[in-house]
Design a protein around this ligand. Sequence first.
Ligand code: FES
Length: 157
Amino acid sequence: MAEMKTIFGFDTSMPLDALYQEIILDHFKNPRNFGKLDGPSTHAHHENPSCGDQLDLQVVINDQQQIDKIKFYGRGCAISQASASMMTELVKGKAVVEARDAIASFMHMLTGEGEAKVDLGDLAALAGVKQFPLRVKCATLAWKALDSCLQHSEAQP
Ligand code: FES
C-alpha cells in the first residue's frame, strides 16, 4: 500500500507540481480575507457533505453592485481553505457580474461544466484537483457559498 504523504492535510501524492503546491500551502497557512465582517449585506453557510467541513462567507455589496468586502471563516482541508482565500482575493473589488464570470470559469476548470470566461490567476494551481471527485467538493465549497451570496443579494428588493 502506497504511503500517504500529507502536509497540513494536503495530499502531496496528488500530481500537482511543486509551484502549485507552494501556492496552495501559502494560502492555507496565511489565508487572505479570513475572519468576519461587521454588517455583511449577504452571507452563506456551506458544508462539504463528504467530510462535514464548513465554510461561512460574508460579503458587502455596494450600491454600484461591486463586492466591497468579503471574508470567510470555518474549517476545512488545505484545498478548501486555499480555494476560499484565492477566491476572495480574486473577486474583492470586482463587479457582481465579474464575480459570476469567475464562478463559471472556476466550475468549468474543475467540472468541465459552464464556460471559461476569465483568467483565474493563481487559482490555476487547483486545476489538477479535477482528477479527484471528492477533492472537487473541497475546492468548490467557497465558490458555492459565493454563488449563494450573490443569489441572496439579487433576491433582496
Ligand atoms: Fe473537508 Fe476538504 S476534506 S473540505
